[in-house]
Design a protein around this ligand. Structure first.
Ligand code: AMP
Length: 279
């Protein structure tokens, strides 16, 4: 496994074998089974598998969240080595954003809803770094998790609008045995908060059951999810949404499919989760 930090070294490696298929998995490190499921799928589908590890400062709207974001490069590299990854890129912030940096990518409407409304500037940071990673790696396939449902929608829109020549592959959310979606931020939960953090998944599955029993009005599903989260005394809802999975606009009634999603503060850690329901 080759580990690079500069753009020049990475580019040199990228073009050693120009005809082979490259798969890229962008990450912010502190890797868990969710990340590794993306790596494994990429390993099955490509000749070369590359992982980037970069805690992208411009996608954090909350400086405290950036400071406390967990990191462990040695452990990440050991995990990636075991998965047979070919290339890891761990650039320093100044390699990505030199002092005269001036260019940002802004996907408009769909970036302003849900996470975008709750975290102003977040998606501008995400699309800017992902566009830069696509330009540096020029992968054939790029792998993202359904865990960050809006991120997938926004990146697909960017790929289409800017004519990136690659395929976006979406992988299912990997969960802990009790349903909590794996996330690097989960380590910041206290034992009590960790127990209550299952309320996100419980809210989603309870709403899904209600939907399957014929409750198709968004307001009802919204209320169902809110009631479940409110049972956890350390949990505070940031938003709950029943939206069209493509446009992300809020629905009144579900005709075909809907993205149920929510963001919840559990103690001082903000968690997100989602599920798609369909008739
Ligand atoms: P992050 O390091 O949080 O930026 O995540 C890197 C990639 O891994 C993103 O595409 C995430 O959606 C994906 N990911 C994170 N957690 C999970 C999970 N529990 N299951 C599947 N994919 C995930």
């Amino acid at each position: 496994m080759n580990v690079f930090s500069t753009i020049d070294d990475l580019r040199q490696q990228r073009w050693v074998d120009p005809t082979s298929a490259w798969g890229l998995i962008p990450t912010m490190g502190y890797l868990h089974e969710g990340h590794l499921s993306l790596v494994r799928q990429a390993r099955r589908e490509n000749d070369w598998v590359a992982v980037s590890i970069f805690v992208n400062p411009i996608q954090f709207n909350n400086p405290d969240d950036l400071t406390h974001y967990p990191r462990n490069l040695e452990q990440d590299l050991a995990l990636l080595r075991k998965e047979g990854v070919d290339v890891v890129w761990t650039p320093a912030p100044h390699e990505i954003y030199p002092p005269d940096y001036q260019t940002y990518i802004d996907v408009q409407k769909i970036s302003q809803r849900l996470e975008g409304a709750a975290r102003p500037g977040h998606f501008r940071g995400v699309t800017t770094i992902v566009a830069k990673l696509f330009n540096v790696f020029q992968p054939h396939r790029a792998y993202f998790g359904q865990k960050d449902a809006q991120q997938v929608v926004v990146i697909k829109q960017m790929v289409k609008d800017l004519n990136f020549n690659l395929k976006v592959i979406v992988c299912p959310t990997v969960r802990e045995p009790d349903g909590l979606a794996m996330s690097s931020r989960n380590v910041r939960l206290s034992p009590a908060a960790r127990q209550q953090a299952t309320c996100l998944h419980r809210a989603l599955t309870t709403a899904k059951s209600a939907f399957e029993m014929g409750r198709h009005r968004a307001a009802e599903l919204h209320a169902t999810m809110l009631a479940v989260v409110n049972q956890a005394d350390l949990a505070r809802v940031d938003y709950i949404s029943v939206a069209d999975p493509e446009t992300l606009s809020e629905l009144e009634t579900i005709e075909q499919r809907a993205l149920l999603s929510l963001a919840v503060w559990v103690d001082d850690v903000r968690l997100i989760d989602n599920i798609i329901v369909k008739k």
